[in-house]
Design a protein around this ligand. Sequence first.
Ligand code: HC0
Ligand code: SF4
Length: 567
Amino acid sequence: KVKLQIDKQTIEVSEGSTILDAAKSVGIDVPVLCYHPDLSLHGACRVCVVEEEESGELLASCAAPVNAGMKINTRSIKARKARRRNVELLLANHPNDCLGCNRNGSCELQDITYDLGITKEDIERVSGAVREHEIDDVGPALRRDLNKCILCGRCVRICEEVQGVSALQFTQRGFNSVVTTAFDMPQRDVNCANCGQCASVCPVGAINEKSEIEKVWSALEDDDIHVIVQTAPSIQATLGEEFGMRAGSVVTGKMVAALRRLGFDKIFSTDFAADLTILEEGSEFLKKLEGEGTLPHITSCCPGWVKYAEHNYSDLLNHLSSAKSPMQMFSALGKTYYPQQSGVKAKDVYTVAIMPCTAKKFEKNREEINATRFKDTDAVLTTRELARMIKEMGINFSKLADEDFDELMGTSTGAGTIFGTTGGVAEAAVRTVKEKLTGEPLEQLNLGFRGVNFAEVEIGDRTVKIAIANGLGNAEKLLEACREGDCECDFIEVMACPHGCVGGGGQPRPATKEKKIKRGTGLSGIDDKSVVRKSHKNPQVIKLYKEFLGEPMSGESHHLLHTTYKS
Ligand code: HC0
Ligand code: SF4
């Protein structure tokens, strides 16, 4: 333990703590910008400076470790002036057009400017030359506006350190310093996985999802268009945060009610399609276990992961499940099965997916993804975009009474729900595969895969080895082993985003590891309370096979629910 003084209070903190941690422990939140609790230290913005009383030295509190006997003043005039100056310099080279900015109201720079009491006059005093950059919005998933970038480097660090992708880097020096892609190409054209982790840590409006809100409003407005919506598993445990609720609050009923108020004609659940995916992918895995196909079997429901695999591991694409993601399975059925059952003409159906994910915007545009003569998924909105629509309509979210999903494609099992958190797909798959293979009902349902990296499960007379890659950075280690022929696993679940979709690039900000864990616990809670917890017991999925598809891996299933990859 180290004893020190912060603002005249004597405290003890563990060795190796930073001054920032120490201040936090006594309830002082020193402002930060480039710092992010889940990333390495950058120490560049110096917004977090504090004064060491004896030396009068200004220290970047996020990087400076505590020393025994040190006396820190977080509120001295010198520290306050330095912080303000550092923020003013950022604002001097910033468009400051907050009113029209996509982060207005959720911008960390805006909050700090306000908290530090910086005025318009202060900003004008320091203003000078301003950089001008073209906006990169040619891709389907992300929009990059470098004019707003404050060079905090969070996007660079998350892309490199956590995702192992390194699509963004700092280039040039001094005033010309910029964060961009190789050869300044559009993000669409480089090795970016579209996972949007960069957007989830960006403190300002420099990287965000490419919005499809207006498109969806237009569809909702048009009486000739029948708009059906699906909500991804994780949304029900994250949307509440946009309305001031705690991370992990389960808001399924309110979410459904809000979607009805927005004017969607039918409110369905991607979780239903997640159960369907388990039947298709589970059958495929069973065949592989019996010797038909390549093991290890690798999941393919995450489009960020698929794009990463296509870029970096094209030699392993034959391991990937051919099953489409639940989102795309749902959409293909939305334009075939749904019209057959409802009498609405397929050409009039418009499919919207509410996803935690920016890569899903990319996935829906993949050339090979459409099974119908239409675009299977018409629009993808992130959790954040849905929240904006709800706010625009003045819907008082927290006061909404719970409502239920619509019939036909709205029922899910606990297994479908846990898809949204790391380990959930593997757990859902084993629940079904084990029962199908052994013919015996599976009693123990909490297999404990969520959060673990390796697990073994006895299925019949064999031990099936499972690995779970939580985030692309972790996937790399497993795939290298696969490439070298050193992988003993039978089933690998890969989700591009740390903690799975609860940590997706389109989820509410700020998103820290702590919050993502709580969101995952929210989803597990739904599963624990569900009466039906195995995908093959989903009554709507059973009906779908009986009345439309026949059986898993049938000709019709293949046509609608399976896909291919590009090497
Ligand atoms: Fe996910 Fe999905 S679980 S990828 O993480 O598989 O986006 O939440 O909707 O499609 O179901 C995201 C979340 C989904 C899909 C499902 C899968
Ligand atoms: Fe999207 Fe989920 Fe994959 Fe992240 S883990 S890229 S949110 S599908």
